[in-house]
Write a protein that binds this ligand. Structure first.
Ligand code: DC
Length: 226
């Protein structure tokens, strides 16, 4: 595989473990690029819905993934970059539970994963890249210099998600959130295409009892960047 030689830190793990926040903070601290690979699966799901492509039309979905017209617009604050689909800001829509679940469904299809592979590898640019997702260390960047698998119990992840939704004014039942997290874990871990699992050379960090700063410190140590 040809790459730019830029160093890569991969952060994989189940939804709600805090990967996105930690990856963003690590990239900001190092001044490196950031790849939020989940957003590409979410965008593919959203674009497919808009184009009326059925979720069992593998070739159609792969075409959508290959032709995604996406750009990331950095924000000046500590906020995640805005995501633009054909120039339209779809950041809020991408974050919904519905979009996450649809992303998880289409992410189980190998042709969709293949279609997104090179686009993800293109993010490996100097001075370095922090990449978060499910298969960053196992499939997309197998030669990454540092690999982290960030996990937390399903209960802790459900509690965090519940609080986020409540703060955003969405009324939900914590039991339902926990059930959805379990269903998503199950689908992401048990699919045959690039299932969610730690790379053999990944360092596993359990974020259950840790603050986000404590997790970030551990990731930096694991990456040899402390
Ligand atoms: O990280 P996220 O919640 O935004 O990801 C949404 C879905 O996309 C997730 O349930 C599984 C899928 N995904 C994947 O299969 N591989 C990745 N590298 C990233 C996300």
């Amino acid at each position: 595989m040809m790459d730019s030689g830029a160093p890569v830190i991969t952060i994989d793990g189940p939804s709600g473990a805090g990967k996105g926040t930690v990856a963003q903070m690590a990239a900001a601290r190092l001044g490196w690029h950031l790849l939020d690979s989940g957003s590409l699966y979410r965008l593919t799901a959203l674009a497919a819905m808009r184009q009326g492509i059925a979720f069992d039309d593998e070739a159609g979905l792969a075409r959508v993934a290959l032709n995604l017209n996406v750009s990331f617009k950095p924000t000046n604050a500590d906020e995640p970059a805005r995501v633009l689909l054909k120039g339209e800001d779809v950041t809020a829509e991408l974050r919904t539970e519905g979009c996450g679940n649809n992303a998880s469904r289409i992410a189980a299809l190998q042709p969709v994963r293949d279609a997104l592979l090179q686009r993800q590898r293109d993010f490996q640019q100097l001075p370095g890249l922090v990449a978060d997702g499910r298969d960053m260390g196992t499939v997309v960047f197998p030669n990454a210099g540092a690999k982290v698998f960030l996990t937390a119990s399903a209960e802790v992840r459900a509690e965090r998600r519940y609080r986020q939704l409540k703060d955003a004014g969405v009324s939900v039942n914590i039991g339902d959130v926990l059930e959805e997290i379990r269903a998503r874990d199950d689908r992401d871990m048990n699919r045959s295409a690039a299932p969610l699992k730690p790379a053999e050379d990944a360092q596993v960090i359990d974020s259950s009892g840790l603050s986000i700063e404590e997790v970030l410190d551990r990731v930096m140590v694991a990456a040899g960047q402390a």
